[in-house]
Design a binder for this molecule. Structure first.
Ligand SMILES: [Zn+2]
Length: 1058
């Protein structure tokens, strides 16, 4: 940046250090425009920016959400669609945005300050001075295509959302809570019927009214260069002052200066139907108005009260409704910050015939709790626990400060007095002194005695059918009205718009910005130290290792220590499952759900599960058990604890209890099964997940946890297991016992301890409390970690003989696909750097596939897998009107690039390399991530510790020829019949076309119902099952996935509205 004569015209409002985490928060305000800048300084490679505009609208037009999309289509000085994203892509940056009911936030995440500083002014110009063309509105918002169908990026997005149960229920609740003159009433994403008639003019008007510096906060979390930031913003204000007045004293603050909603006068309970062919389970949404979100102490108390009521399996609502009476699979509670906040309760997985009853039960429970003294000891625990968790999140979570700061900008005082509440946790000191009566009056005032709005969400097959018929009739009528001539005209308009939007960016334009240096990316250093069996991986010579070597030695448990300056201990116990029989593997999700929720034997006495949970809550910050995907091993399990250093040995003693001294209790296991069953219908509605599950079953061995934990297995297996548990509990309990014995052996255990090692009392020998358990053989050698490719079955080792499988699902309006071919098997494969660059190139935002697929409305997005040593490559189409077309176009696009017919774009290659840098920064964004990454690289993958650095070096030198070779050899086969298999899930109406075009591409095709892929893992039903099964299949009484327990690391992360 050129040096400024004029000093930046920003006033520092305040700056303070939070006293519960080492973070400095600084607030500035532009003296010219009133724009606010709030910076939370924190160490690490990532800078996260959130450019937030408060947006209020009194209709369902979708102007706020459509505007969010149009901002990325070009600005006054940069009239090219995609320029911003191409530029960001080369600067270790990523842009995204979301639109909520009260604001739109544009995000910029960057590795290193230099990249952030480069993109910031260009981005802000797009936000404040966008070039909203009619043509951009055609493709991004809504249009009718040449075949008479509705399309457009935002339209398709809302089409997939509008009739979902959560959307229908939430919207109805807001209609009942708010009158027409309150913005919270409306669907800011845009209702389909409104989007069809939304004009560009309306969007421009909305932009003019809301997108002003005066109404914008620049929130930055990370290692920011304040002086440079203010200079950039000052210059930015200079650059826009001729186009829009900087000062606007008349401006009214959205939501604050607007009318407020009246209080609810009476309780309203309404039923809302949602389209669903499985009519067995529904959901409930209950809303209460709460206090003003600026009242820090009261809102903190509300938060604690919700923890007390609904925070875990021992809190009263969950304990009664979920665990004891099994009326719902879960009850969640949260509050939305608003001038009149809203407190929500959401029981899910409720029997459709019992919705009204369960709603009543929830309300009567609230009254019951308020009618007698609270468990004040537990309340105190809730307060302590929330306080610990806040400290923990403040240290580690990227979103902690940004969420609080954004909320304060929306509704807080502009003078900074409410932001200053972030300085300390004083509110906790106040409510710690609250009496039983204080708490119960809070409960009565806002919940048990307060009128509320309840929505009973009821599944309806009839509605599903009638909606579909009405939609088909509407489109058919329009086609007739338009006639051939009309359709032709529409096609011409669309083609013209596309041409206009896709105007190429002249090569010289991007070259104005050099690729930023990486020296401003400050990676977090984590020192590795090893003890016991882990020493075989190689010694370390750093300070941490000296501390470990000096500590008393214990039994030779495999422990890797990661030394970072954290105030906490993060523990991961990795458990291999290679010695576990396939027949036990479907039990793993239940085993995990039961792990912390079951009675144990302590000191010879049985301790009930409620006491276990309460004690665990006292001793820890949090605890989880998951698939070990997050530490790079999809076949293992990971038991995790976060504790304060003084609880180190307590935690180890808990591990011993939970691993070896639990009591498998048929009542608890049944509760876990019922919960899992209730969640299945929702899981089965997910077209993306079902396509993935079928693909997994097709290519992997049944021994794989990825196969065994599928909904397609649970759908049959759990029903039979439930019956067997009733008839012959001993057998089921013996299986759980067999599973436990096969998991918790010395040779299956690897420990990762992330901590300030110097603060740990007795870091190594403390583990003897666990390893001295009778039966653990500490002389055994550690089992190798299962390599992912070893779990491929015969088809997975050489995909292609199946061809394509098309699965019509009545729950879908759209289609999803997974294509799989053979891929890399080793991180040492010399083609790896070129492969990574090739994939990054193809997937780039505004890159070749983005334009060919998303740009033409063929799908919301497409992506490739990155499981380097999985032995496969996957190509995925997400939410498409016709996945086969998206596949076809993608194949043609890749083929052209691979053959050289279409030259590689130098800027996109730079972008792809910079994307890999950003991904590495992401993996190491916080202290615990950086530590975990060392474990993944060294222990799970067996690579050298500087592997990431080496790969970053190598990707910089990949040549265009190498990229093309990687596309030809590794990527193209995923599109080739005979070398790849394709699984498509789709709306039934799409089946015929998809079959036709896949077969035209050369794939064998077969159409199968979802139930064809059910797998019982050899668990037979009993004699009377036939009748039951039929009955069950008719009303589809089923369950859900264990996302929280088993992550695949496979979420589609795309530009989306909230
Ligand atoms: Zn969107």
């Amino acid at each position: 940046m050129p040096s400024q004569v004029q000093k930046p015209r920003f006033r520092k409002v305040q700056s303070f250090t939070t006293n519960y985490a080492p973070t400095v928060i600084t607030q500035y305000e532009s003296e010219r425009s009133g724009m606010q800048v709030i910076v939370a300084d924190r160490k690490g490679p990532k800078i996260n920016g959130y450019f937030t505009l408060v947006t209020e609208i009194f209709d369902d037009s979708g102007a706020p959400h459509t505007l969010e999309h149009l901002i990325f289509m070009g600005s006054k000085n940069y009239q090219y669609k995609g320029l911003l994203d191409k530029l960001a892509g080369r600067a270790y940056s990523q842009t995204n945005a979301w639109t909520a009911v009260d604001h739109t936030a544009y995000t910029l995440e960057t590795a290193g300050w230099d990249g952030f500083a480069q993109i910031l002014p260009v981005y802000l110009e797009h936000v404040i001075l966008p070039n909203i063309t009619d043509e951009a509105c055609v493709t991004e918002v809504h249009h009718v295509d040449g075949e008479g169908n509705d399309a457009g990026v935002v339209y398709s997005e809302m089409q997939a959302l509008q009739y979902s149960s959560s959307e229908l229920m939430d919207l109805r609740a807001r209609r009942l809570l708010y009158p027409e003159n309150v913005g919270f009433r409306y669907e800011t994403g845009g209702m389909m019927e409104a989007l069809r008639v939304l004009t560009p003019e309306r969007i421009r008007e909305f932009h003019k009214a809301m997108y002003k510096p005066r109404n914008m906060a620049i929130v930055v979390v990370g290692e920011a260069d304040h002086q440079n930031l203010l200079e950039i913003l000052d210059e930015f204000e200079d650059s826009i002052k001729d186009d829009i007045p900087l000062s606007d004293p008349e401006f009214k603050r959205p939501f604050i200066d607007s009318p407020q909603p009246p209080a609810l006068e009476k309780t309203i309970v309404e039923t809302v139907e949602f389209p669903e062919e499985d009519e067995s389970t529904g959901e409930i949404l209950v809303a209460f108005f709460g206090p003003d979100c600026n009242e820090n102490t009261v809102m903190t108390a509300i938060e604690i009260l919700l923890t007390y009521l609904c925070g875990s399996s021992v809190s009263v609502i969950e304990n009664v409704i979920v665990e004891k009476e099994q009326l719902a699979s879960s009850v969640t509670a949260w509050w939305d910050a608003r001038p009149n906040s809203v407190i929500w309760f959401q029981p899910a997985g409720v029997d459709a015939d019992k919705l009204a009853f369960v709603e009543q039960r929830l309300i009567s429970l609230l009254k019951e709790v308020a009618s007698k003294p609270l468990d004040m000891a537990y309340m105190k625990e809730c307060i302590q626990r929330d306080r610990r968790q806040i400290k923990f999140q403040a240290e580690g979570s990227e979103g902690f400060y940004s969420n609080l700061i954004i909320t304060d900008y929306l509704f807080g005082k502009r003078d900074g007095s409410t932001l200053a509440d972030l300085q300390n946790l004083k509110a906790f000191d106040v409510i710690e002194k609250w009496t039983d009566e204080d708490w119960r009056s809070l409960l009565r005032k806002w919940l048990s005695d307060a009128p509320h709005v309840s929505i009973l969400g009821k599944p309806s097959m009839k509605l599903a059918t009638s909606l579909k018929e009405a939609e088909e009739a509407r489109v058919a009528k329009r086609k007739t009205e338009l006639g051939e001539e009309g359709l032709k005209k529409l096609k011409e308009t669309l083609d013209k718009a596309k041409d206009q939007n896709e105007k190429p960016i002249p090569a010289g334009v991007l070259d104005q910005w050099p690729v930023p240096d990486t020296s401003s990316i400050h990676f977090i250093e984590s020192e590795t130290a090893r003890s016991g069996k882990a020493r075989s991986l190689g010694g370390c010579t750093n300070q941490a290792q000296k501390i470990i070597d000096a500590a008393p030695e214990g039994l030779p448990l495999f422990i890797q220590f990661e030394h970072v300056p954290t105030n906490f201990v993060h523990l991961t116990l990795h458990v291999g499952t290679s010695e576990t029989l396939a027949k036990y593997k479907p039990l793993l999700p239940l085993f995990a759900d039961n792990f912390y929720n079951t009675p144990v034997m302590r000191d010879g006495k049985r301790m009930e599960f409620e006491d276990v949970v309460k004690q665990l809550e006292t001793d820890t910050i949090s605890y989880q058990i998951n698939g070990a995907g997050r530490v790079g091993d999809y076949e293992g399990m990971a038991i995790q604890f976060q504790v304060e250093p003084e609880k180190y040995s307590t935690m180890i003693s808990w591990l011993r209890t939970l691993m070896f001294d639990t009591v498998f209790d048929p009542i608890r296991i049944k509760a876990a099964i019922v919960k899992a069953l209730a969640d299945i219908p929702e899981a089965k509605r997910d077209g993306r997940a079902m396509a993935q599950e079928i693909d997994t079953g097709l290519h992997m061995r049944p021994e794989s946890n990825l196969v065994a934990r599928r909904t397609l297995v649970k759908a049959v297996y759990l029903k039979r297991l439930k019956k067997l548990l009733e008839k012959d509990p001993e057998t089921v309990l013996s299986w759980f016992d067999g599973l436990r014995r096969s998991l918790f052996t010395f040779q299956n255990m690897r420990v990762l301890v992330t901590a300030d090692v110097a603060k740990l009392p007795d870091p190594v020998a403390a583990w003897d409390a666990l390893t001295s358990t009778p039966g653990l053989d500490t002389t055994k050698e550690i089992q190798p970690v299962t390599r992912p490719w070893a779990m491929l079955n015969e088809e997975g080792n050489s995909p292609g003989s199946v061809g394509s499988i098309i699965v019509p699902m009545t729950t879908l309006d759209s289609s999803y696909s997974y294509s799989t071919a053979s891929g890399l098997r080793s991180f040492a494969d010399p083609r790896l750097p070129a492969f990574l660059v090739a994939i990054g190139y193809l997937e780039a935002v505004e890159g070749p596939l983005w334009n060919a697929v998303r740009g033409n409305g063929l799908a919301y997005g497409v992506s490739f897998s990155r499981d380097i040593d999985g032995g496969y490559i996957q190509f995925r189409v997400y939410r498409s009107p016709d996945a086969s077309k998206a596949i076809e176009v993608s194949r043609a696009t890749v083929a052209k690039l691979a053959s050289g017919e279409e030259p590689l774009d130098k800027h996109l290659v730079e972008g792809s390399v910079s994307g890999i840098v950003l991904a590495v920064a992401d993996e190491q964004a916080t202290m615990s991530f950086a530590a975990q990454q060392n474990f993944v690289i060294g222990v799970i993958r067996g690579l050298e510790s500087d592997w990431s650095r080496k790969i970053l070096e190598r990707v910089r030198h990949v040549t265009h020829d190498e990229i093309r070779a990687a596309m030809t050899e590794i990527v193209l086969p995923v599109f080739e019949p005979g070398k790849s298999n394709v699984v498509v899930t789709c709306a039934p109406i799409m089946e015929e076309n998809i079959v036709k075009s896949l077969s035209a591409m050369g794939y064998k095709t077969q159409v199968q119902p979802l139930s064809h892929f059910y797998d019982s893992y050899g668990l037979e039903g009993d004699e009377d099952e036939d009748g039951d099964e039929d009955e069950d299949d008719d009303d589809e009484e089923d369950m859900e996935d264990y996302d929280e327990n088993m992550d695949t690391g496979d979420e589609d992360d795309m530009d989306d509205m909230e």
